[in-house]
Design a protein around this ligand. Structure first.
Ligand SMILES: [Ca+2]
Length: 142
């Protein structure tokens, strides 16, 4: 009897978690659901694969500076380097983010960029901007 109530408690918790995921359909495919006040880059399209949460771009982190000039200094949670590998991004801040295809915000004069407006997400490719897939190397708000 006691054992049975423990099992039903576990099932209840699992159902509660499943219910939370079902509220936001896009989150069902995401390894990590980006939190309000953060910018998150993902290894794959559709906010999937491993995630890199950039504190410098996230007012909620307490380490916000508004810019990241070189993605080579960052990794996803799986340890892979962020540079030239991001395929989607979500911007859960109140500002517009510009993602550049070269380090230092394209200061070399070359490369394209992708704008991701406040509260929006985007795949990183030619369809949605001029920063190609697996090319992003820096980002800042504007
Ligand atoms: Ca990728």
């Amino acid at each position: 009897m006691r054992k049975r109530s423990v099992i039903s408690g576990v099932v209840g918790a699992a159902l509660a978690m499943a219910g939370t995921v079902a509220v936001t359909p896009s989150a069902a495919q995401a390894a990590w659901t980006c939190q309000q006040g953060y910018v998150c880059f993902y290894e794959n399209y559709g906010l999937s694969g491993s995630v890199a949460v950039l504190k410098e771009l996230s007012p909620a982190s307490g380490q916000y500076t508004g810019q990241v000039q070189d993605f080579r200094n960052y990794t996803y949670t799986n340890g892979k380097n962020l540079n030239d590998s991001a395929s989607s991004v979500i911007n859960l801040t109140g500002r517009s983010l510009r993602v550049y295809s070269n380090v230092n915000y394209n200061s070399s004069g070359n490369g394209g960029f992708l704008d991701v407006y406040a509260g929006e997400s985007s795949d990183i490719n030619y369809k949605t901007g001029t920063c190609n897939n697996d090319a992003a190397s820096s980002a800042r708000f504007y």
